[in-house]
Design a protein around this ligand. Structure first.
Ligand code: PLP
Length: 397
């Protein structure tokens, strides 16, 4: 059976070169990077080389990179690091958006429970925040703006450089979750003007469980973990050397790929997939009209249950996903798509297709060979499907 994986926003396969780079650090190079003997020096050098590679991808200094266990920890370190540093106190105000990943949303929710005020900036029908809303949200007690770079469900790219300007003018710290942007589009922290930026290894063909937070020099950040003085006392704990080495190699390959224009090739494959799928009746693009990362398309197929389509395609060898989450036994529509104004039924009929470096043109052909027929069959079985004209009244506003 042929398996095709188009769910690279969930996680990407580790590239062979990344695995090769990591392998010695599970074996002969096993030292603790804090040890002063030869074994420690060897792994310390590898960690510092990886730090240089991540810094090169982000356009920052190596000393501004803090390694973490992934995107979730980096997001939490950014938000709580400023909080417990005494910069954000109960009564202080944080600005975020309605479409953030739960790593940011739930961190903000926790701060709200501790007495911080949180403003959630809405998005328009394309999935974009309005800069005027960001400006309007700022109050004298605003301490942090945290708005994502690229959305994980739609791939929509937010105007982060403009938000960075607004934050700088108002003298407010700015964090951006760039987990879904890193490796897909060029990132330059100076151009964005952010103080903190999150990336995650497993979204750019590195290993799971390794990530990094860019911390602009001079940003006061309290650690969340107390222990040794690792990572310049910003993140205690013996370094995950194989993971960090893998993240470094993945960052190096991502940068080289962007320089070669691989992002443009990926966008062409994505656009081909998207065009063909939008040819199916009663479909539409979520995020239409907004700038997007080159690997993601999110499409609704009115009259079907997204979960049913994911399962039917999986049985035929194609892995895709819905943004919907199963919570307390019921399938909840995606908070991102509903924030964009989709009614719950249309949000639940939406599927995310996300390409990775391992995908070839035949993978898109394989997907296109399966999806129209599968959507048609599910619609025949659907109690709500009575043809495009009828169903669109139920699904659209
Ligand atoms: N932020 C975004 C936008 C993500 O897509 C993800 C993962 O899905 C995360 C944060 C969390 O990263 P990690 O899985 O490395 O904890």
């Amino acid at each position: 059976m042929r398996w095709v994986y188009l769910d690279n926003n969930a996680t990407t396969p580790v590239l062979p070169e990344v695995l090769e780079a990591m392998r010695p650090y599970f074996g002969e190079h096993f030292g603790n990077a804090s040890s002063i003997h030869h074994h420690g020096q060897e792994t310390r050098a590898a960690v510092e080389r990886a730090r240089e590679s991540v810094a090169a991808l982000l356009g920052c200094r190596a000393s501004e990179v803090v390694f973490t266990s992934g995107g979730t920890e980096a997001d939490n370190l950014a938000i709580f690091g400023l909080t417990s540093g005494g910069l954000v106190r109960p009564g202080d105000h944080i600005v975020t958006s309605t479409i953030e990943h739960h790593a940011v949303l739930n961190a903000c929710k926790h701060l709200a429970a501790q007495g911080c005020e949180v403003t959630y900036i809405p998005v328009d029908g394309r999935g974009l925040v309005d800069l005027a809303d960001v400006k309007r949200a700022i109050r004298p007690n605003t301490k942090l703006i945290t708005i994502m770079f690229a959305n994980n469900e739609t791939g929509v790219v937010e105007p982060v450089a403009e938000i960075g300007k607004i934050a700088a003018e108002a003298d407010i710290y700015f964090h951006t979750d760039a987990v879904q942007a890193a490796g897909k589009i060029a990132i330059d922290v100076k151009q964005i003007g952010c103080d903190l930026l999150t990336i995650s290894g497993h979204k750019l063909h590195g290993p799971q469980g390794a990530g990094a937070l860019y911390v602009r020099k001079g940003t006061p950040l309290e650690p969340m973990l107390y222990g040794g003085s690792h990572e310049r006392s910003r993140r205690a704990g013996t370094e995950n050397v194989p993971g960090i080495v893998g993240l470094g190699k993945a960052a190096e390959l991502a940068r080289a790929g962007l320089e070669r224009g691989e992002d443009l090739k990926m966008a062409a494959s994505r656009d081909h997939l998207e065009r063909e799928l939008l040819g199916i009746e009663a479909t539409g693009l979520n995020g239409e009209g907004a700038p997007r990362v080159p690997n993601t398309t999110n499409i609704y197929f009115d009259g079907i249950e997204g979960e049913a389509l994911v399962i039917a395609l999986d049985l035929k060898g194609l892995a895709v996903s819905t943004g919907a989450a199963c919570s307390s036994g019921a399938i909840e529509p995606s908070h991102v798509l509903t924030a964009m104004g989709l009614l719950p039924d249309r949000a639940k009929a939406s599927i995310r297709f996300s390409l990775g470096k391992q995908n070839v043109a035949e993978d898109v052909d394989f997907a296109l060979g399966l999806i129209p027929e599968t959507v048609g069959r599910l619609r025949e079985l659907s109690p709500v499907w009575a043809g495009a004209g009828v169903v669109s009244r139920k699904f659209a506003r």
